[in-house]
Design a protein around this ligand. Structure first.
Ligand code: HSE
Length: 299
């Protein structure tokens, strides 16, 4: 039996639009074994919303079979979903990585990590969620003009905690990308490139004051904010409660604050109070960054 465990991810971290992401300590699990026929079951979080027809995990398994030009007779697949859907926590990246890793293990590991990465990026369209979902940790990544996915990991301090408010309402990545401008001004581009460079320095040096100053974006969050209920109030509440930084998680609807361990409970309570006051249904959670890569166990 193959058992693949893939972490949720938060992408963008403010100015790192489509290029920065971090794995989080919440996971989806995919169990797979050879079988005479294809037999798929889905359970776990929001599993009622996931369909076997046109399923992303199965589609990604098929991409691997097409890529290597070999097909199994059948397989048994159990998807145990642990990442809420369309909330900006990388649910599609977990499905893509889970499918690719299951198929790779089922076919006796023909693909290298680099091949899995480039297949996953090709399917997702951008590397910011899939690379940390596969490799764990905080990652800055890009696709070069030649199509190569390059990335570097940032080893971050282990006292950082992430406080997320996950609203019940969904925001699809498609809708959240449609509100973005087609072009950005030079001043906004400079704002983002300078802020992202300093954000990386901030995480590398565990300089939380710097991280707080530069986790600020001008090319997607200002446009997406209108899709996110009480975004500014959550941000202000998180900072007042002791978080050192705040951003939209991926394309939303989840928002994420960064805090050291001593303040994370206060930030969580602040999120709950703001949600209550504004009648926003959802759930707040405290997660740790996940430094471990997606895990493939064979029993
Ligand atoms: N970087 C992506 C976005 C993440 O912000 O649209 C969601 O897939």
């Amino acid at each position: 039996m193959i058992r693949v465990t893939v972490p949720a991810t938060t992408a963008n971290l403010g100015p790192g639009f489509d290029s920065m992401g971090m794995a989080l300590s919440q996971y989806s699990v995919f169990e797979c074994e050879a079988n005479d026929v294809i037999d798929v079951s889905i359970e776990g979080l929001e599993s009622e919303k996931l369909k076997i027809e046109d399923n992303l995990v199965i589609n990604c398994m098929n991409k691997v079979f097409d890529y290597i030009g070999k097909y199994p007779k059948g397989y048994k697949l159990k998807i145990i979903n642990g990442v809420p859907l369309a909330r900006g926590m990388g649910s599609s990246a977990t499905a893509i990585v889970g499918g690719i890793m299951c198929a790779n293990a089922l076919m006796n590991f023909p693909l290298s990590d680099e091949e899995m990465l480039s297949l996953a990026t090709e399917i997702e369209g951008h590397p910011d969620n899939v690379v940390p979902a596969l490799l764990g940790g905080m990652i800055v990544s890009t696709k070069t003009g030649g199509g190569e996915v390059i990335y570097r990991r940032i080893d971050i301090a282990d006292d950082i905690e992430c406080i997320l408010f996950i609203p019940d309402y969904e925001v699809s990545t498609k809708d959240s990308r449609e509100v973005l401008p087609k072009e950005v001004s030079i001043s906004d581009a400079v704002h983002n490139s300078s802020h992202l460079a300093l954000l990386v320095m901030g995480f590398l040096n565990n300089d939380k004051a710097l991280i707080g100053k530069v986790m600020d974006d001008k090319i997607h969050e200002p446009y997406r904010k209108k899709l996110i209920k009480s975004f500014d109030e959550f941000k202000e509440g998180a900072i007042q409660a002791g978080a050192f930084a705040f951003s939209l998680s991926g394309a939303g609807s989840t928002i994420i604050a960064y805090s050291d361990e001593k303040n994370s409970c206060k930030v969580k309570i602040a999120f709950d109070n703001i949600a209550d006051k504004n009648g926003i249904l959802g759930k707040s959670v405290v997660l740790k960054p996940c430094s471990r890569a997606a895990l493939c166990e064979i029993n």
